[in-house]
Design a protein around this ligand. Structure first.
Ligand SMILES: Cc1cc2nc3c(=O)[nH]c(=O)nc-3n(C[C@H](O)[C@H](O)[C@H](O)COP(=O)(O)OP(=O)(O)OC[C@H]3O[C@@H](n4cnc5c(N)ncnc54)[C@H](O)[C@@H]3O)c2cc1C
Length: 409
């Protein structure tokens, strides 16, 4: 088996890179597996990153480079490969790339982001890269002094239309809504309305993209009148939302109907030891700053998971080869659970064939979850990695503990 990573991060966008910084700084053996030549994610293609806190002037590629170097400084490894398959239920977890390379990890952080949604229009696939684009910051300069059509009216669409006006002589946004209405936030709409290079076709959808070798026109349908017309253009940019990159974990972790990963506030997925961060998650705001925040939380939660896993292996499962381990799940807020600890110590006395481990369920929620503890106090006996006896509830008393101990020895 190849090296086992403590944390394997899939995807090297801002979420993955920040998780890489946090995990490797905590001295965890960490790697980022990224399918593209360079890490950075969507940020690498976002020239104007105007709202990343504290960086008034920096571009997306600047921040991407800086985040990568930061992760590298703490010892994070960078691996190149596109994940095709993943076995999240094995121990360690196995991640397989398209080329068949296998990586093993004690925990995994998903940070694969989301990709632009396509419309499936006639001509869209045929002219992709030949006049049809999904990233203005990547392709805008090809359209210097030309005319382009933008499809979509959300924040990304309108921001990209504004960006395109730096190069193109005219940008026409095709909007499905009534005149004056767009989905973008007010401040972005206002900026677009003030821009003399932007024009609009309201109440309309693009039905087809046409051309010879390159795009030269689109067929536009007015959804109110049903009329269609051809509009000349040199390029078409489509910004109609994104699709989360979760196809390889479908059926393994809980996803929304749209395929986004469901997480709690610690970025935990439905599978223990598997975390998810950034645009791939079901969340309110998909931005660089929130992706970074998710990455930091996921790596920190992951670190705690690994510590607890180590406690389970070393304190609870390992000694059971020779002796029984009695684990008391207690909480400082449950008086009976603290009494149970001293009663048990009295019952066991100095029998060195039995080891007592006390777990504070407030701090070590992962260990409690691992043994499906729902009540405090709960007492379990573990031998050869198996729970062989258990006692739960506030009525635990010295007599019951004595019987529990006698049955065990
Ligand atoms: C045009 C545009 C403009 C934007 N402008 C701004 C802005 O001004 N400010 C702002 O804050 N945000 C902006 N955003 C949003 C921001 O870029 C994203 O919210 C952010 O990049 C999400 O980070 P992420 O790490 O979750 O995902 P991503 O940045 O998408 O990174 C995911 C990474 O995972 C990799 N990956 C995917 N699948 C696999 C696989 N199977 N195996 C290996 N690797 C894989 C991808 O190659 C990618 O590098 C913009 C986005 C776009 C598209």
């Amino acid at each position: 088996m190849s090296d086992v990573f403590d944390v394997l991060i899939i995807g090297g966008g801002p979420a993955g890179l920040t998780a890489g910084i946090y995990a490797s700084r905590s001295k965890l053996k960490t790697a980022i597996l990224e399918k593209k030549r360079k890490p950075g994610g969507q940020m690498s293609t976002t020239w104007e990153l105007e709202n990343y806190p504290g960086f008034k002037e920096a571009t997306g590629p600047d921040i991407a480079k800086s985040l990568s170097e930061h992760a590298e400084k703490f010892g994070c490894e960078f691996l190149k490969g596109e994940v095709k398959e993943i076995d999240l239920h094995s121990n360690p977890k196995v991640v397989t790339s398209k080329k068949g390379e296998e990586y093993h990890a004690k925990s995994v952080i998903m940070a694969t982001g989301a990709e632009p949604r396509t419309l499936g229009l006639p001509g869209e696939h045929e002219f992709r890269g030949l006049g049809v684009g999904y990233c203005a910051t990547c392709d805008a300069d090809f359209y210097t002094d030309q005319e382009v059509i933008v499809i979509g009216s959300g924040d990304a669409a309108v921001e990209e239309a504004i960006y395109l006006t730096r190069f193109a002589k005219k940008v026409t946004i095709v909007v499905v809504h009534e005149e004056g209405k767009m989905d973008a936030t007010k401040v972005i709409q206002e900026r677009a309305f003030e821009n003399p290079k932007i024009d609009y076709i309201w109440n309309s959808v693009v039905e087809e993209i046409k051309g010879d070798e390159l795009v030269d026109r689109v067929v536009v349908k007015n959804i109110k009148t049903g009329e269609t017309s051809e509009v000349k253009t040199d390029g078409v940019f489509i910004f109609v939302g994104t699709i989360p990159k979760t196809e390889f974990i479908e059926g393994q972790v809980e996803l929304t109907e749209q395929g986004y990963v469901k997480v709690n506030d610690q970025m935990e997925t439905s599978v223990p030891g598997v975390y998810s961060a950034g645009d791939v998650n079901d969340k309110f705001l998909r931005q660089v700053v929130t992706a970074c925040a998710d990455g930091a939380i996921a790596a920190t939660a992951c670190e705690r998971f690994l510590e607890e896993r180590q406690d389970i292996e070393e304190k609870i499962e390992e000694p059971s080869q020779e002796k029984s381990v009695i684990v008391v799940f207690w909480s400082p807020t449950v008086k009976e659970s603290m009494e149970a600890i001293s009663q048990l110590e009295e019952v066991v006395g100095n029998d060195n064939q039995v080891k007592i481990v006390n777990i504070d369920t407030y701090k070590s929620t992962g260990i409690a979850d691992n043994y499906q503890i729902n009540e405090i106090p709960s007492i379990i006996a573990v031998r050869n990695k198996k729970v062989v006896a258990s006692l739960t509830g506030k009525e635990v008393n010295k007599e019951k503990l004595a019987d529990f101990y006698q049955d065990l020895v």
